[in-house]
Design a protein around this ligand. Structure first.
Ligand code: ZN
Length: 279
């Protein structure tokens, strides 16, 4: 069954105190009333959509300069509590703020070692830190040591009030060169710089792309050609829940699934993620 690699633990209450996320809701046409109230809503959605497991992404912005993200942090201990009782279905990735330096490194070690988180998510545009920054290198080094992947937001973002220049996929070429054993996921395949993201994934054996944030019918034809070809072992299904619901995504995918080779569908939806996360 499918593994959704890109899920946000955003609730109606969280969104209401985060104006940049409200902008994202407007972009995706989501009414606040339809946002999840608790993590149970996510489990129900997964059951309806036939999703086996979801990767739930943490986020840290404690020392980020931009005041718009004052309320954006979801502490890793809190995230672990939120997912309690659903450990067999929900897999957490840590969120730390690279701006916090040594404190972020300690927090990441705590999340990976004590809380048994399975990866790290970094949103460079929120944190205003380039992916090849020395403070990010520290975190990559630890993930390489723990043999867990790092997911970087890449490309534009529906979040308001931040700069997309930090999220250009070309920076991940640099990171992949410096950390050849680190598994790196370029979220949202770097759109509009997706040809660069494709090139980076082709160049490095440990670089993967996720296709979250897009209804399948709108995925660029060039990307689909690579998914059917040389990148078929390196592309991961994700929704960006709650911005796109899993039931909606699956419904849309069924209408365009003929664009994908049958053996590629299974890799995209399930086995690539299972291999990457050792599930
Ligand atoms: Zn996202």
């Amino acid at each position: 069954m499918p593994i959704d690699i890109h899920v946000h633990p955003w609730t109606k209450e969280f969104v209401s105190r985060n104006p940049p996320v409200l902008d994202a809701c407007n972009f995706f046409g989501i009414k606040q009333a339809d946002l999840p109230l608790t993590v149970k809503d996510l489990i129900e959605e997964m059951n309806k959509a036939g999703i086996e497991k979801s990767i739930v992404l943490g986020q840290g912005a404690q020392n980020t300069r931009n005041p718009a993200f004052r309320n954006y942090t979801i502490p890793n201990d809190l995230l672990r509590k939120m997912l309690r009782n659903f450990e067999d279905r929900l897999i957490p990735f840590a969120g730390v703020d690279p701006n916090s330096g040594e404190i972020a490194l300690r927090e990441l070690r705590h999340a990976l070692k004590d809380l048994e988180f399975k990866g790290l998510k970094i949103h460079s545009s929120v944190n205003e830190v380039y992916p090849d920054d020395p403070r990010v290198n520290l975190l990559c080094e630890l993930c390489q040591e723990f043999e867990v992947p790092v997911m970087f937001h890449t490309g534009t973002t529906a979040l308001g009030n931040c700069d997309i220049k930090y999220s250009k996929p070309e920076y991940l070429d640099d990171v992949a060169n410096d950390f050849p054993d680190l598994k790196i996921i370029l979220a949202h395949f770097g759109w509009p710089w997706y040809e660069v993201a494709i090139a980076v994934a082709l160049r490095h054996k440990n670089v993967f792309l996720d296709i979250s944030g897009w209804k399948p019918r709108y995925l660029p034809e060039t990307l689909i050609r690579y998914i059917n070809g040389p990148l078929q072992g390196k592309v991961l299904f994700g929704t960006d829940y709650p911005m796109i619901r899993q039931t909606e995504w699956m419904h849309d995918f069924r209408s365009v699934s003929r664009k994908f080779k049958p053996q590629v569908v299974e890799k995209l939806l399930e086995s690539n993620a299972k291999r990457l996360l050792k599930l």
